[in-house]
Design a protein around this ligand. Structure first.
Ligand code: NAP
Ligand code: MG
Length: 492
């Protein structure tokens, strides 16, 4: 706690070219503690001039002949490892900052977020030495007349634009693969949660990265975010956030045809068959939607339950919902914190109102929690129809639509009836049914008899309007690399 408070009191600056500084025009903005509604700290509000400086610094860091370009892959791996270690060494401070700034309960920030972020750096450390091209047989002449091979080159300067729900984890998902592949990166955290990214910038500097390789700009999406997305000096944008803003980023990237990857929203189906082990299915279905107050892109927000077990599953989840201890994210006893902001709480309440006015019923929850913070009771809606907004749109709160089904084929059609395709869950004891259903679902990740199990080694990303590209695993490297084909004539 003391370390986190010291950090807050230090009024951390933007990280540009290895220096910590205020915004050039001196502007700042407040970041709020959603558990109390109080101002936590004031951070720099980066504008166009700061974005230009950060891009210049990143370009210089990426220049051929720069210290970073002369850093061997093995040394890059060691630096990544060091950053992962530093995250673990400062686990308590980072978890506290995350709880204060985002409303994530401290026990989860400690056991999940900090661990996942360190895991990403440690995992990516191993890839730094394993980015390989290939030699390719040439068939347009006699085989011995040409030699052809590919080299994989870093894409260049990357802008990582991230949301507020997993600030530190999202930062690690952008920064770690950029460093593993030898890119330079400019990170723009969400305005609601700037603190852990600023602290990560300090740790990255402490690890010994050359100046300008990682830059951190706190600010607003329509200012710093938009300026990065359209900047001609940026080679790639890695964006995580809403589908709506993702499409805007794509438009802004057109100017220099920068590479774009998008991790966007979801309306993920979680499916409980009648042969499922309900002692497993019920707690995972509850966790699948209520984890971090439902503010997860992969939240299992449409719960399809076989009619035979529907009442039992809904009752089981309602019991779990009633058992959450809603309270200040810093309180060790809290198992559910606040939503991230007053505005977001209003948005989620609006969905509840809309669902109920269209005929859905809140079996449990549906009301604001007590206190000045932005608390909301976990809510189960039944009696929904496929046309309702609460079934079609991402709510991003602790609200699940529980939907009974009878026929497995109709179930798959209903589960895929969404523009999204991020994740899905299946609960059954029948292995063949599990695999068949996993194949039929349009989703980037399918969990079977579990939900929300993440690992830095496993690719994550969306089908359809849930995005472009994959984060994590071997797959993420492709997003940060250009392939260069080299063909040599050997014949005299
Ligand atoms: P958001 O409003 O789309 O914001 C995401 C980031 O983009 C923020 O840093 C935001 O800055 C910035 N931004 C806003 N307008 C911009 C613009 N015109 N140009 C460039 N950047 C801009 O999303 P959010 O509300 O923070 O996060 C919730 C959403 O993220 C949900 O839809 C969720 O599904 C999605 N998400 C997806 C994943 C995934 O892996 N697929 C993971 C987490 C979250 P400001 O904060 O200043 O607005
Ligand atoms: Mg905040």
């Amino acid at each position: 706690m003391t370390a986190a408070l010291d950090f807050l009191a230090s009024k951390p600056g933007l990280l540009i070219g290895g220096e910590f500084a205020a915004a050039q025009d001196g502007r700042t903005f407040d970041t709020i503690n959603p558990s109390t509604g109080q101002v936590l700290s004031t951070v720099p509000r980066a504008g166009q001039a700061d974005v230009d400086s950060a891009v210049r610094a990143a370009r210089a860091a990426f220049d051929p002949g720069s210290p970073w370009r002369r850093t061997s892959p093995a040394e890059r791996g060691r630096l990544l490892h060091r950053i992962g270690d530093l995250i673990l060494e400062h686990a308590e401070e980072l978890a506290t900052l995350e709880a204060l700034d985002s409303g994530k309960v401290i026990t989860v920030a400690r056991s999940s977020d900090v661990v996942l972020a360190a895991n990403m750096f440690h995992y990516m450390a191993g890839w730094a030495t394993k980015v390989e091209g290939s030699t390719i047989p040439f068939s347009m002449s006699a085989p011995d007349e040409h030699l052809a091979y590919t080299e994989m080159e870093p894409v260049g300067v990357v802008a990582g634009i991230i949301p507020w729900n997993f600030p530190l984890v999202m930062a690690s998902w952008k920064v770690a693969p950029a460093l593993a592949t030898g890119c330079a990166v400019i990170l723009k955290p969400a305005e609601e949660t700037p603190l852990s990214a600023l602290r990560l910038g300090q740790l990255v500097t402490e690890a010994g990265l050359p100046p300008g390789v990682v830059n951190v700009l706190t600010g607003y999406g329509h200012e710093a975010g938009a300026a990065l997305a359209e900047h001609p000096g940026v080679n790639k944008v890695a964006f995580t956030g809403s589908t709506e803003v993702g499409k805007r980023v794509l438009g802004a990237a057109r100017g220099n045809l920068k590479r774009v990857t998008l991790e966007l929203g979801g309306k993920s189906p979680n499916i409980v068959f009648d042969d499922a082990d309900l002692d497993i299915a019920i707690p995972f279905a509850a966790q699948g939607i209520f984890f971090h107050q439902g503010q997860c892109c992969n939240a299992g927000s449409r719960l399809f339950v076989h009619r035979k077990v529907f009442d039992e599953v809904v009752a089981g989840i309602a019991e779990i919902a009633a058992g959450y201890r809603i309270g200040d994210a810093l309180d060790e006893e809290s198992t559910m914190g606040p939503l991230v902001s007053a505005g977001h709480l209003e948005r989620v309440l609006g969905y509840l109102e809309s669902g109920q006015s269209e005929g859905a019923t809140a079996v449990t929850g549906g009301d604001r929690g007590a206190g000045p913070g932005y608390f909301l009771e976990p809510t189960i809606l039944t009696g929904t129809t496929p046309e309702m907004k609460v079934v079609r749109e991402e709510i991003f709160g602790p609200v699940v639509a529980a939907i009974p089904f009878d026929d497995p084929d109709e179930l798959v059609t209903a589960a895929n009836n969404t523009p999204y395709g991020l994740a899905a869950g299946i609960f059954t004891r029948d292995l063949a049914k599990a695999h068949r259903t996993a194949r039929a679902l349009q989703a980037g990740t399918v969990w079977i008899n579990t939900y929300g199990a993440f690992d830095a080694a496993i690719p994550f990303g969306g089908f359809k309007e849930s995005g472009w590209g994959r984060e994590m695993g071997r797959a993420v490297l492709d997003n940060y690399l250009e392939t260069k084909s080299v063909v040599i004539r050997l014949a005299p």
